[in-house]
Design a binder for this molecule. Sequence first.
Ligand SMILES: Nc1ncnc2c1ncn2[C@@H]1O[C@H](COP(=O)(O)OP(=O)(O)OP(=O)(O)O)[C@@H](O)[C@H]1O
Ligand SMILES: [Mg+2]
Length: 279
Amino acid sequence: MAIIRFPGKPLKDAPGGEGAGHPPPVKRLRSDGRPARDRNVILPLSVEHVSLTLNGQPLIRDLDFRVEPGRRTVILGFNGAGKSLTLRLCHGLIRPTSGRIVWEGPLGGDARARARAQAMVFQKPVLLRRSVRDNLVYVLKSRGERGRHMHKRVERALERCHLARMAHRPARVLSGGEKQKLALARAWLLKPSILFLDEPTASLDPAATMDVERIINDLHMATTTIFFSTHDMAQARRLADDVLFIHHGRIVEKTPAAEFFNAPATEEARAFLNGELLP
Ligand SMILES: Nc1ncnc2c1ncn2[C@@H]1O[C@H](COP(=O)(O)OP(=O)(O)OP(=O)(O)O)[C@@H](O)[C@H]1O
Ligand SMILES: [Mg+2]
């Protein structure tokens, strides 16, 4: 499987509605002062009473939350809490047993638009068995791009993600951090409305982590909404606007990040932040 995955089957229950009543997306400026291209075509994302049972085991229980455009949301919780499953459910890789995942933006009802507007980067990226550059070329060719303009975009992505000097290397020989940067370079080229990241920097050293965070920030400044999981609390503090804290497949806290880290409201979140174990 490629690192950037798109939802398999379209979710039939997504409305083609107007998303009326929601605040307009935040307009951002690029570093040159011009407004960034508005990528918000499918957001907000509304997760409505979603549960998932596999082999008779309830793994996700009654998740209910929204992701507003332009926000950076981190999902936190102990091992096995259901973070990866939640990201996969939202991205459309798994169908909920009950409840609905609804994309409320103007093109939220359009399966093709939904597929094009999302990208996901996994902890262990699976790359195509070809060079670093060709992994990027493939992404753009599959979107119908050709010629000089396409190659220019690839070169820019290589530069931006510090991959230029290894552009000819086979992707499979890259180190963990380099693979993660290549995965993000692919996402960068896709200009998604929303990027899902499942522990994007687990087992990376501080320098590689900083590089990856810089690329995530770049994407965010260019109006990509970010929804990620991490076990790195310093990273969660650096990157997140909002926190979803889940425990045994259930949301225990959903709150602005500053509030969560300064004054967690529940015993479970306090224990988590203090590194204690809970039954
Ligand atoms: N395909 C599956 N079949 C059965 N159980 C599963 C399946 N996928 C995940 N689970 C279980 O669901 C629970 C939540 O898994 P998930 O991978 O979402 O946890 P997580 O919060 O991402 O944990 P970690 O921090 O270790 O990555 C775990 O107990 C896991 O064993
Ligand atoms: Mg996980």
